[in-house]
Each structure stands twice: as C-alpha cells, then as structure tokens.
Design a protein around this ligand. Structure first.
Ligand code: ATP
Length: 338
C-alpha cells in the first residue's frame, strides 16, 4: 500500500486533480495496487483560508506520505513549490519530452529528458533593491552541480537510448557561475566513459530544440535555463497540456505538471488533464525503482498506454486539436485502465 498526498492547487488545479483522483481510484480498483490518497490544500486558496500558502498540516501530511502529487498553484507558487523543493531537498527536476502518434509534434522521433538543477541559481529569492536598481544573486555550487550531473548520467544510462548527456550553460558570458557548472559536469563525465558528453550554450540549445530536437537524449542544466527550455521542449512535442515533471530527492519525490494554474481556462472543463495524469505515471516509475516494485512499473505503463492510446485514436482536448472536455478525456483514459 502506498500513501499518496495530492495538492489540488488553484486555477485548473482542482479540475485536473479530479481526473487524477479518478485514475488513481481505477488503479486501486482494477489493477490491484492499494493506494491511500490524501487530498491537501496549498496555494492561493489555502493562503486566503489559513493565512499560509503552505499550511503546516499540509506539510506534515506530505512528509508522512510515500510520494506527493501537486497540481499547479497560482500567485503563491513560489511559497509552495520552491519551499517544498527546499524542505524536502528535491534537487533534480526531471522533465521528459517525447513525441507520440497523432500528437502535434515538430518531429515524430523526439525522446529527450531535461534534468534541471532545482535548488539554486537565480531562484533562491536573493534579490535586493539598491537605490533605483535591483540586483539578484546567482548561486551555483560545486556540490549541487556534481549531484545533478551524476543524476543526468544515471538517467542516460537507465534510458539506454542515445546514451548522451548535453550540458547546457552560458559559460562564455557567466564565466564564474556557469564556468563552475560546466567544469563540474565535465569532471563527472569522466566517471561515465560509456556515456557521450557534449556541451552547448543555452541559446544554441534553444535553437536546436526546434531545428533538430531528435538529436537530444539527456540535457542537464541550471535552474532558470531548465525552466525555460522545458517549456520550449513541451511545445515541441505538443504543448504544456501533455507536459509532466518530477522533483526528485534522495528519499522523497513530488510530481507535478510543467504548466501553471492557467487561470484563463479555469472552471471551464477546458484543461488537458494529461500533464497531471502523466505526472502520476512518473510517480509510479519512481516508486517502482525506489521499492523494486514491478507492479508499479506495470501501473506506469498502463497509464502511459491509456493516455497515448486515447490521443492516438483521436480523442483530444482543445489544446491539442480536439473538442473533449477535461472530464470526457479523463473518462476515456480511465476506460482503458483495466
Ligand atoms: P506559470 O508562470 O505559473 O508557469 P503561466 O502564466 O506561464 O504560468 P500557464 O498556466 O503555464 O501560464 O499556461 C500558459 C497557457 O497554456 C495557459 O494560458 C493555457 O491556455 C495553456 N495551458 C496550460 N496548461 C494547460 C492544460 N493543462 N490544458 C490546456 N491548456 C493549458
């Protein structure tokens, strides 16, 4: 039995959370994997109700669970996800981008994953006003760079695809910070002679993601660049509505869509729940690996097959060229989990 904490979030969060809840219930009922799901509040609604974007009770329940699913939150996002990443030391942000049949992808043979450092860079909130100017401090440490580089090489070996790691930075301009990141990745590459290693400036990477996305296998990069490149990569394979992510630490992991709360379509049943359902798929893969549990692998595969089977057969939400509502799409996915 696995205890799963589920933050329902803001904007489209509650709608896509309903879809995920139904998928998890179906897994419990049809696939025989026992799950105990605790719905939790965090974000703008929680802030209004309790005065805290991340209420203590939510944090305590997450800590007692085996893994956390988190829907997007709104304005208070930084007070939820950035804090959770820090408290739970979720240092690796994993964002896959893969083309599937009948999806509006740039090319049909894309299969890459972005491994983004999750704890430092310009996202630590160290910003200051100085007179009429504002400054931000960028921290890049050797320990964090080594740790994420090791994770990237491990991922390339496990995927066993092109067996290639591309280190992305801008060390010709940010010589100290990105220089350190680049050297650290280079150093760790020596521990993995069987994995190809290349380096690329971030502007070139942004261009190559459009020009030849199929040439990438594993991209390892710093926090801000990873945030931007993963939105781009998501669009290259069909858009944010399909984009799932994992935040992984040594002992715990949190899974969430790449996109934000999308207030423009909230409450209209217009959201594509795939991003969150596929985040649950990533959760079961992680649980499978952590606990050496084959059943979880089967569940992850069943979720992936169901989502992409539905899309392949032409059932789609508006963002990917269809006319199904969030609920209708989710019902089709659920009907395939048997
Ligand atoms: P953030 O800065 O928090 O990432 P954002 O303002 O960049 O948020 P998102 O919420 O990520 O914006 O969404 C960008 C646009 O993509 C939305 O306006 C919405 O139309 C679309 N979008 C995002 N997620 C989905 C989804 N699951 N289904 C359909 N469309 C989506």
């Amino acid at each position: 039995m696995y205890r799963i904490s589920l933050i329902t979030g803001d904007g489209i969060g509650p709608e896509i959370s309903d879809a995920v809840m139904d998928v998890l219930q179906t897994i419990n009922d049809n696939l025989g994997l026992k799950l105990e799901i605790k719905k939790l509040e965090a974000g703008d609604v929680a802030l209004r109700k309790t005065g805290k974007a991340l209420p203590d009770s939510t944090l305590e329940t997450i800590k007692k669970s085996d893994a956390c699913l988190k829907a997007p939150v709104g304005e208070s996002a930084a007070d939820v996800i950035v804090v959770l990443r820090r408290i739970l030391d979720l240092y690796a942000n994993i964002r896959p981008a893969k083309s599937y049949p009948n999806m509006p992808a740039l090319k049909q043979n894309i299969d890459l994953v972005i491994v983004r450092e999750n704890t430092e860079d310009l996202y630590t909130g160290m910003e200051f006003d100085i007179g009429d100017s504002a400054i931000a401090l960028r921290t890049i440490s050797k320990d964090a760079s080594n740790r994420i580089a090791r994770y990237a090489f491990k991922t390339a070996a496990q995927r066993n695809r092109q067996r290639k790691v591309t280190c992305v930075h801008k060390s010709n301009v940010m010589r100290k910070t990105d220089g350190l990141f680049s050297r650290s990745c280079q150093e760790i590459s020596k521990e993995h002679a069987d994995i190809e290693f290349e380096q690329m400036y971030v502007d070139a990477c942004a261009m190559n993601l459009i020009r030849q996305p199929e040439s990438f296998d594993v991209i390892v990069t710093t926090n801000l660049f990873g945030d931007i490149l993963s939105d781009e990569a998501a669009q290259v394979v069909g858009g944010l509505g399909m984009a799932a992510a994992a935040n992984i630490g040594n002992n715990f992991a949190l899974f969430e869509p790449v996109h934000g709360a999308a207030f423009d379509i909230a409450g209209k049943q217009a959201a594509n729940p795939s991003s969150f359902i596929l985040s649950a798929k990533m959760m079961f893969e992680w649980l499978a690996m952590k606990n050496d549990d084959k059943k979880c692998y089967q569940v992850a595969k069943a979720i992936e097959d169901a989502v992409y089977g539905v899309v392949r057969d032409g059932t789609k939400t508006k963002d990917i060229g269809g006319n199904k509502t969030t609920r209708e799409f989710a019902e089709q996915v659920i009907s395939r989990i048997t």
